[in-house]
Design a protein around this ligand. Structure first.
Ligand SMILES: Cc1cc2nc3c(=O)[nH]c(=O)nc-3n(C[C@H](O)[C@H](O)[C@H](O)COP(=O)(O)OP(=O)(O)OC[C@H]3O[C@@H](n4cnc5c(N)ncnc54)[C@H](O)[C@@H]3O)c2cc1C
Length: 468
């Protein structure tokens, strides 16, 4: 069988993996999607209680909509904001059904990717050899399939970052997590058991991203209702600074509003804020409680539960035989990394990117979706939809369409670099200077981005008009 007759394998049936499949079907390419969860969108289904800050209209990939329309789908209201559950049940699951169970295989984990008969070191005929994709079915059965190309859209949900301030589990963290004191997800307080873990008790929230803001708003609501509920918010950075986001300046209004609600909870005194706290150890204490100990020696005592929301990292363990070219800091593809690096700019403006930035020395292997951002924050589904449109065009031989990328990403309204802001000894004003003025227009010049030509910058205004 020639490589052209082999399918493209997509790893992960999340929003971006399913969008990739819809793109490829439109272009008459054979495609197989493997999803380790029992349902399509299994990762999204795990945060089903969280309301998205994107509108429905921003969460539906164009080819998916076309496919669903043919299937007689009733589209949700464009301007409404779904929860994770809504996104999974009203869009991802019907999309997988429309693609068909021959294409979307759930309960199948990809455990390794390589070139047929060649490990990472072998050069001979590497580019013409098919990929081998190793699979493990839910019943433990193993299988190997061959592919012409592979799109890794497996996300990062499965690899949350630890509480430890140095990026490794703090001393005692693993034991405390095993004992159920430390969790790594936004708690679902509609679940009585989850609410009981926090009501009338002392919870520490650790982190500074959108999930942290979501947890702050939810737990502050509980604190208002349940007497004796105590909340402490620990941040590595020296001050809250831009953590609440851009507010009214955020071009995703619900994202801005989330930050504002969190700000109000803090201003109302519902949380005690501890900045510059880099957790070094989690010490057991009486009554099943723990104490958090910082590098500086500072302590947070009498903690019943810790909600750790410190971001995610890509799992690269099953790609050890693939020749990846990843940025040493972000673990994102090297040509994409300078565009999304929070140390450089965090404004949400991103240069148009597609197949050129998502490729690797391993020809035919592409990173896409949340995982393509590596450790960088603020990935949006619409970014991923544009990525896989470009990759699918390339795989279908439509090179012009593949390179005619028009990524439009709403501005967060926050300037400066989150990575730089993380310095506990540095104020926001200082870091804005350090980040080149910190202005949202402060994206790097053409010559500053890893030796590549930077195309036209496109920014979406609040009204949806584009600025160049
Ligand atoms: C709480 C929360 C709120 C968010 N809100 C928004 C929002 O409002 N707007 C927005 O645009 N984005 C939002 N995001 C980001 C969002 O996660 C992404 O936009 C979207 O889910 C990314 O899709 P993805 O397909 O890249 O990854 P995922 O949704 O993570 O999907 C990856 C899939 O791959 C599967 N998988 C992983 N490993 C394997 C393997 N080895 N083999 C087979 N399958 C595998 C997983 O089970 C998963 O189903 C939010 C994220 C979180 C966590």
């Amino acid at each position: 069988m020639s490589n052209d007759e082999l399918p493209v394998v997509v790893i992960g049936a999340g929003p971006v993996g399913l969008a990739a499949a819809a793109e490829l079907r439109e272009r008459d390419r054979e495609v197989l999607v493997f999803e380790r969860g029992r349902v399509p969108g299994a990762a999204v289904a795990q945060w089903n209680h969280v309301r998205l800050f994107s509108r429905w209209g921003e969460l539906i990939a164009p080819p998916a909509r076309r496919l669903l329309d043919i299937a007689g789908w009733t589209a949700p209201e464009e301007n409404a904001y779904p929860t994770g559950r809504d996104w999974q049940q009203q869009y991802l699951a019907p999309l997988a059904t429309a693609l068909g169970s021959r294409i979307v295989r759930t309960g199948v984990e990809v455990t390794g990717v390589s070139r047929r008969g060649r490990d990472r070191v072998v050069d001979a005929e590497r580019d013409t050899a098919p990929f081998t994709v190793h699979l493990r079915h839910a019943d433990g059965r193993e299988e190997r399939v061959f592919a012409a190309a592979v799109i890794d859209a497996s996300g990062t949900w499965g690899a949350p970052n630890p509480l430890g301030g140095d990026g490794l589990a703090a001393l005692g963290e693993t034991a405390a997590a095993a004992a159920g004191v430390i969790g790594y997800r936004v708690p679902d307080l509609d679940d009585p058991a989850a609410a009981a873990r926090h009501a009338g008790r002392h919870t520490v929230i650790a982190g500074s991203g959108h999930s942290t803001l979501t947890a702050i708003v939810a737990l502050a609501g509980l604190a208002e209702q349940a007497p004796g509920t105590r909340l402490t918010w620990v941040l590595r950075r020296g001050e809250i600074g831009a953590t609440f986001g851009g507010g009214d300046a955020d071009q995703l209004p619900a994202r801005g509003a989330l930050g504002e609600r969190a700000r109000r909870a803090v201003e109302a005194g519902l949380l005690e804020v501890v900045t510059g706290f880099r957790t070094a150890a989690v010490e057991p204490a009486a009554g099943g409680q723990v104490a958090l100990v910082a590098d500086s020696g500072a302590r947070v005592e009498g903690v019943d539960a810790v909600v750790t929301l410190t971001g995610f990292a890509p799992d690269l363990s099953w790609l050890s035989q693939i020749r990846l070219e990843l940025d040493s800091t972000l673990q994102a593809p090297v040509r994409l990394a300078p565009m999304i690096d929070p140390n450089v700019h965090s404004c949400g403006t991103v240069y148009p990117h597609g197949v050129g930035e998502l490729s690797h020395p391993e020809s035919g292997f592409y990173s896409a979706g949340m995982k393509s951002y590596g450790r960088a924050p603020t990935f949006l589904a619409m970014t991923g939809y544009e990525q896989v449109r470009s990759i699918a065009a390339e795989l279908a031989g439509d090179h012009d369409a593949a390179r005619r990328v028009e990524l439009v990403l709403p501005d967060t309204g926050v300037c400066g670099g989150a990575g730089v802001f993380d310095d506990p000894d540095t104020s926001t004003a200082d870091t804005a200077d350090a980040a080149g003025g910190g202005g949202c227009g402060g994206a790097p010049d053409a010559g500053e981005t890893a030796g590549q030509t930077v195309p036209e910058l496109i920014t979406l205004t609040a009204s949806g008009a584009r600025l160049s």
